[in-house]
Design a protein around this ligand. Structure first.
Ligand code: UDP
Length: 358
């Protein structure tokens, strides 16, 4: 079969890495990169480190408002789909690239397989929630990571198109998280120079609009970080680097190491060795869970309910007091709970497409 995969953002490269390797053993894959993430350490580094095949198309579309970005992608993806005429379009997650590809394929009557289907926050102001809902409803094959995703599909009348396959992020974590040593990682600091990873540290990522569009919220997050027992490593997403650096300088931070984004091998290794993870990322919350680490999630909605069982992952608002209170109630994680599958989601994804046929 000919399967056209659309990726555009960092978490999609990681999922595509594990699935593409299985897919290409038996099928022809056409890989399209929309260009949504384009900096070397948000894109090419992942292709290099994870041996992802070079994209057949790079549309070079990034930036602008949500509508503008999605619209430009829709126009270009429609042309690619018309030219390639694939049997399936394979999509991951919840980005604008996912939504644009879903709309383009659905209007051309090309069946869509959506990986990470059924994930819901029930928060309609969360831009990714709109992308998830719309993509699921126009897809033919909805592949869920967890039981709760399958329940959500049922509630929306999508269950007959749904299948539980597990989480390809878990596959990736099992495969790649042991490939680096913390002592070999050299952080590229945002204000120039490099740094090694301290022996004990907390790992922070924070880039969602909800937390980084206002100085006040970042200030509160940094205020909490300054009071933690261990230094905090913060690889900053390009979308909020300028603001993070400005706020950090104003506050004369001494405890937070602001770095450029690291590659996936480094990030997974850093999760494994961290004392604590603080994040607003859907992927990093799960990785903290996979690694048995305590996590505070800087969001006011739950994305992955499985990670929250027993206070191993707790939500906090971007307020110093709330973050510190939530850190205090975190509980140790028991190792015998595996809601994200068996580490073979990639095989199951390919088998599901094969079973659904042309
Ligand atoms: N990640 C990375 N380098 C970094 C920060 C994060 O490789 O500097 C990885 C992280 O380990 C996780 C993924 O990027 O696998 C999460 O991506 P992101 O936060 O951009 O998206 P989300 O998961 O929120 O959709």
């Amino acid at each position: 079969m000919k399967i056209l995969t659309v990726v555009g953002a960092r978490p999609q490269f990681i999922k595509a890495a594990v699935v593409s390797h299985v897919l290409r053993k038996k099928h022809q894959e056409v890989l399209v990169h929309t260009g949504q993430h384009f900096d070397y350490n948000m894109s090419q580094q992942f292709f290099d480190e994870l041996s992802i095949p070079a994209p057949d198309y790079n549309l070079g579309i990034s930036g602008g408002s949500h509508g503008e970005m999605t619209g430009r992608m829709l126009i270009e993806l429609e042309k690619v789909l018309q030219k390639e005429q694939p049997d399936w379009v394979l999509l991951y997650g919840d980005t604008n690239s996912t939504l644009a590809a879903a709309l383009a394929a659905a209007k051309l009557h090309i069946p869509i397989c959506h990986v990470e289907a059924g994930t819901r926050t029930h928060c309609r102001t969360n831009p990714e929630e709109i992308n998830r809902i719309c993509t699921d409803h126009v897809s033919s094959l909805l592949l869920g990571c967890t039981d709760s995703a399958m329940d959500e599909m049922k509630c929306e009348g999508l269950a007959d198109r749904g299948l539980l396959v597990g989480d390809p992020m878990y596959d990736a974590f099992l495969e790649y998280s042991g490939k680096r040593e913390v002592t070999d990682i050299e952080l590229q600091l945002l204000n120039g120079g490099t740094a090694e990873i301290p022996e004990k540290y907390c790992y922070l990522t924070c880039h969602r609009e909800e937390n980084t569009n206002r100085d006040e919220d970042l200030q509160e997050i940094f205020k909490a970080m300054e009071q933690l027992e261990f230094p905090v490593i913060y690889p900053v997403h390009p979308r909020n680097q300028a603001r993070a650096l400005r706020v950090a300088r104003k506050m004369l931070l001494t405890h937070v190491i602001l770095a450029k984004p690291v590659g996936y091998l480094e990030s997974a290794c850093m999760v494994k060795n961290a004392q604590l993870v603080i994040t607003d990322s859907g992927g990093l919350q799960r990785e903290a869970f996979f690694a048995g680490k305590k996590c505070v999630t800087l969001l006011d909605f739950v994305v992955w309910p499985e990670t929250m069982v027993g206070n191993r992952n707790v939500l906090a608002r971007p307020k110093a007091e709330d973050i510190l209170e939530k850190i205090a109630i975190l509980q140790e994680v028991s190792a015998d709970y595996h809601p994200f599958g068996d580490g073979h989601a990639a095989d199951k994804i390919v088998q599901a497409i094969e079973a659904a046929g042309k």
